[in-house]
Design a protein around this ligand. Structure first.
Ligand code: GTP
Ligand code: MG
Length: 226
């Protein structure tokens, strides 16, 4: 009996979050803002990839870019983004391991009505909880860095099933990680998620970055009906 109550509460929270997420998504679509949720474990290279991706998008003529930097506590990543001349808002979850809609709405309001072609959310470093919470994004992507190992796909399947794209990062480490089985990673990830796009990238060498930027441009046009 006790257990049933707990499950109902969780379902109510998720349903309210989903409704707010749909509303947020529709509002940004009308404004021409493509909202992207970037998820990964701590240190997988989220901030570094965002900076490299933003440079690629700027080279393609995209001007209005913003980042919501979610962190348990610090402003370290938000400052890195600001230093690159990109609008950013720091979202401190005060220990909460994922981002919910109330937090996204407050962070978005803090931009004070700025217009964005792209708005990125760097979610909390965590391969578990963020997969469950719709953040109102038009597309969700995850990063898996080569040093973490290919077999994370076996250990955290909900995250791989929840995203539109898997971005393998730090591929410059591949020669040092001989046990990283890229083919098995692709095979298992596509078994969980047959329509998954997979990109092999290195923010350090630039490998795979033009292809990734092109995919974002195509997906933005599709999702916003441009
Ligand atoms: N060799 C190599 N190192 C990278 C690459 N991308 C990121 N790094 C390094 O990996 C470390 C973590 O990168 P971040 O971008 O801070 O990772 P993050 O996922 O944003 O980390 P948190 O926000 O703390 O979860 C830094 O020392 C980066 O320089 C890459 O493509 N190649
Ligand atoms: Mg970061």
């Amino acid at each position: 009996m006790e257990q049933r109550k707990v499950i109902e509460v969780k379902q109510n929270i998720l349903a309210a979050n989903d409704a707010a997420a749909d509303q947020f998504r529709a509002g940004r679509r009308q404004e021409g803002t493509f909202f992207v949720d970037v998820m990964a474990s701590p240190g997988a290279g989220k901030t570094t990839l965002l900076l490299a991706l933003i440079a690629q998008l700027r080279a393609l003529g995209v001007e209005d870019l913003g980042v919501i930097e979610a962190d348990l506590e610090s402003d370290v990543d938000a400052l890195k983004i600001k230093e690159a001349g990109v609008a950013s808002v720091e979202l401190n979850t005060r220990g909460v391991c994922h981002v919910e809609m109330g937090m996204v709405e407050r962070a978005f309001a803090a931009f004070g009505g700025m217009h964005f072609d792209y708005l990125f959310l760097e979610n909390i470093g965590n391969l578990v909880c963020p997969a469950e919470f719709d953040t109102g994004a038009h597309t969700r992507v995850m990063l898996l860095s080569v040093p973490e190992g290919w077999d994370k796909v076996m250990k955290y399947p909900p995250m791989f099933a929840a995203v539109d794209a898997l971005i393998v990062t730090k591929c410059d480490y591949l020669p040092l990680n001989e046990d990283f089985d890229m083919e098995r990673l692709k095979q298992e990830a596509r078994r969980l998620n047959p329509s998954l796009e997979i990109f092999i990238t290195s923010a350090r060498t630039g490998e795979g970055m033009p292809e990734l930027a092109a995919w974002f441009q195509k997906t933005r046009a599709e999702k916003l009906g441009l």
